[in-house]
Design a protein around this ligand. Structure first.
Ligand SMILES: [Zn+2]
Length: 112
């Protein structure tokens, strides 16, 4: 299970690196003056494309944090134990969502 977490974290790192590159390209395009709004650098220059990259980066970063936290729980032996009720999290749930830190009941309606 820990190996699976490591592998996923690796994939996330690659995804983040790719998004950082996309972001750098978008920023360079803006700096080139190809952006049509020089008067408001913080405002409308945030193109839809850039916002999308930014949203994906945020999602990837938070997923990475979850995986990091899961690996910490693996290390201290609490991985697979629900943080709320202390009962084991079903294996099927961990397979679907390795970073899960709560059982389905305690996670409630949240996406977690
Ligand atoms: Zn629980």
């Amino acid at each position: 299970m820990a190996r699976d977490l490591e592998r996923r974290r690796c994939e996330i790192d690659e995804r983040i690196a790719r998004l950082d590159r996309d972001d750098a390209v978008l920023r360079r395009d803006r700096a080139d003056g190809t952006a049509d709004d020089e008067h408001d650098p913080e405002g409308s220059t945030l193109s839809g494309e850039w916002l999308q990259v930014e949203a994906l980066r945020r999602a990837a970063r938070s997923e990475r944090q979850e995986l990091d936290a899961a690996l910490v729980r693996v290390a201290d032996g609490t991985y697979g134990i629900c943080l709320e009720c202390g009962r084991p999290i079903p294996v099927e749930r961990l397979q679907a969502r390795p970073a899960a830190d709560r059982c389905v009941t305690c996670a409630g309606g949240r996406s977690q």
